[in-house]
Design a binder for this molecule. Sequence first.
Ligand code: SF4
Ligand code: SF4
Length: 475
Amino acid sequence: MGRQKNESPPALKSPLETNSQEKARAANLSSVAEGRLKLYNPQADNVRKFLDLLERKINRSLALSFVACVHCGLCAESCHYALARPDDPTMTPAYKADQIRRIFKRHKDWTGRIIPWWVQARYPRDDEGLNFLKNIVFGTCSACRRCTLNCPMGVDTAALVRYTRGLLTELGVVPEGIFNVNRDQWESGNQMAVTEKDYLETIAWARDELESETGIRGIEIPVDRTDCDFLYVINPREIKFDPRSLGDAARIFHCAGERWTLPKWGWDMTNFGLFSGDDRLGAYVAGNVYQAAARLRSRRIVISECGHGYRSTRWEGYNWAGRDQTVPTESVVITLIRYLRQGRIKVDPVKNPDPVTFHDSCNITRSGDLVEEPRWVLRRVCADFREMEPHGRENFCCTGGGGLLSTPEYRPLRLEAAKIKAKQLQATGAKLVCTMCHNCVDGLADVIKHYKLNLKVVQILELVSRALANGNVQS
Ligand code: SF4
Ligand code: SF4
């Protein structure tokens, strides 16, 4: 029996209103009072507002993706959700895009205005119709862009998903976890609400740990130093959960004789504007980084290991913020390549003897164009590097992309879709899976735990730091 119109796929019944929004309203947060963070208002005509926003925010490339789909079905073979549930048509990229496409057709396209029944064009009836849309675009898509890459008509389903997320975010119709991270980034400037005190204390602790572990006297993790070769910006996870990652970077920079700094403000290069579709948030967070580089007169911005942070800060943020890229902005893997090419660090692959495979983060590889670069480094620091299949631009998402790690309500479906990733990982026979993304670290760890795989997740900085050979200048 087919599903009724506007009925969510069985796994997706997340409700419209959330406790966090009530609390944010009661606390009168500045981001709410100033209209930056939007709350759901059940009294408003939200469907009308949605249609107005749809009209205001459409652009030519989105319009192309709305009209170009010929429903050939090829994209189903690209999507891990559709591959994991081959008998469920609601998991195909085309179905997901059609849920917003039919509104566009009813509202903007002449076919939908004249013969709506023929082209299946229709408006959402009420706020529950918007909630249905929320559960589709946030709950059944990790915005990995694999379908986009493989569509013969050039339809960018992931862009339609982000666009729809952005419209819903403006109405406060968002999953609770996404709302919470948006709130924290608006309120504190970083997505984990790390205070300046905690930030500085953790850096001091990481420096002390590094000194006692390596025995390198005078090793530094500098903050707010001016006129450096580069400003290093990080993922808040490196402060809150994994300061070792920052320690590995500091050790490598020290061995390379680098003059670098972290900023006191504008250090979070992750950006939930990318996931929630809120370009204003995207501009604010990326703008903080660019301003920090200008304030400290840094000659370059180096982005630590984060997929969506890299895409946001290197590619999208300058457009969101309406700025030219006057300071070269690069991933830390490019910095590592420079060090190795210039002989500024020496490495010994024997120090990483276990078989290692590499997981391409969607936002670094498919959407960031770094494909060979991490492999170039891994082949020099690991004794046994092996590819997973498919890899590079065709790699499958870790399943935690698109903000999905912040949405526990969609986790069962996400982990079901993760069986594609689990099979890929298992087939490599590797003991370590390396990734250049803190988000992928958590996504992969979830997959490994759920499918009971005998694998450990590592990162490039960790492997390079471990491979540093005797003979590097260390003090
Ligand atoms: S999005 Fe592209 S691949 Fe998918 S059904 Fe439409 S035309 Fe075919
Ligand atoms: S962007 Fe990725 S998760 Fe989303 S529909 Fe396309 S292939 Fe599936």
